[in-house]
Design a protein around this ligand. Structure first.
Ligand code: HEM
Length: 240
């Protein structure tokens, strides 16, 4: 990341895409590089780390989901635990994707999105002057029973092969606007691919080799992010 910041818009830049805005065609200043690194560390560490804790909690509470996930790992990644995963493997882990999404729907690490209006606008039937700060409570959207089938239920199938069944018809129609794990528009999370890749490497790394056992209830709190306060687990070699 540091290399790409330092080389951006210099002869060493490997990125062929160019911004049209002339101000962005210059190399980054040291201050901008530091700011962006700090952004990535702050926004990119706790989010993914807490997400992993919540995934572990839900997998331990839902053994049938864990079993289905392990079946996916075994069929795509095989039995050789020393073989490195490839990018293609990661892309193929579709059920793992669905598990991550369903965990996020239940305990979203980023539970609201902030926006500041730049012009007068009408939202929800009210006129709002420009400069109004809006907070979009996405965690509430993800639990509405007019957008989600049986929303309290933990079932990754609502994100998995939905086109093949009508069980999750509501999700099929509404997920685009009622599931915003990464936000949206110009401020969409720039670390989303990294985060999903990290999670889809870490989860199989743990669950292909180890059995976990919950040793405490999950404790978490929501401030700027939702973070795991306590989750004790016992880790043992996997019993096949
Ligand atoms: C599971 C992990 C993650 C989740 C759920 C997540 C979610 C989000 C969300 C919802 C936003 C707000 C987007 C919006 O306002 O539309 C955001 C912004 C951001 N995220 Fe992530 N993120 C994750 C991981 C990461 C990682 C790994 C990085 C960087 C390495 C990162 C860097 C950022 C930055 C810099 C912003 C601010 C973008 C801006 O305001 O222009 N995030 N993220």
């Amino acid at each position: 990341m540091l290399t790409s910041f330092i080389t951006a818009n210099t002869p060493r830049d490997i990125n062929v895409e160019r911004h049209v805005d002339a101000d962005l065609l210059r190399p980054m200043t040291d201050k901008e590089i530091c700011g962006n690194l700090l952004d990535a560390m702050v926004a990119g560490t706790d989010t993914t780390a807490n997400m992993l804790c919540f995934v572990i909690y839900f997998l331990e509470k839902n053994p049938e989901v864990k079993q289905k996930l392990r079946q996916e790992f075994d069929s795509i990644l095989g039995n050789d635990l020393t073989k490195p995963m490839t990018l293609k493997n990661i892309e193929e882990l579709k059920y793992c994707d669905a598990v991550i999404k369903e965990v996020f729907r239940h305990i979203p690490v980023a539970f609201s999105l902030g926006r500041l209006s730049i012009e007068n606008d009408m939202v929800g039937g009210y006129n709002w002057p420009k400069g109004t700060q809006f907070q979009i409570h996405t965690s509430a959207l993800m639990m509405r029973d007019d957008y989600w089938t049986d929303p309290e239920k933990f079932d990754p199938d609502r994100f998995y092969k939905v086109e093949e069944s009508d069980k999750y018809l509501l999700e099929k129609q509404h997920a685009k606007n009622s599931f915003m794990m990464w936000g949206g528009g110009i401020r969409i999370c720039p670390g989303r691919k990294l985060a999903i890749t990290e999670l889809k490497c870490l989860i199989p790394l743990i669950y292909r080799k180890y059995d976990l056992e919950l040793r405490s209830p999950l404790e978490y709190k929501s401030e700027i992010l939702t973070s795991c306060e306590k989750l004790l687990v016992k880790v043992k070699p996997r019993k096949f």
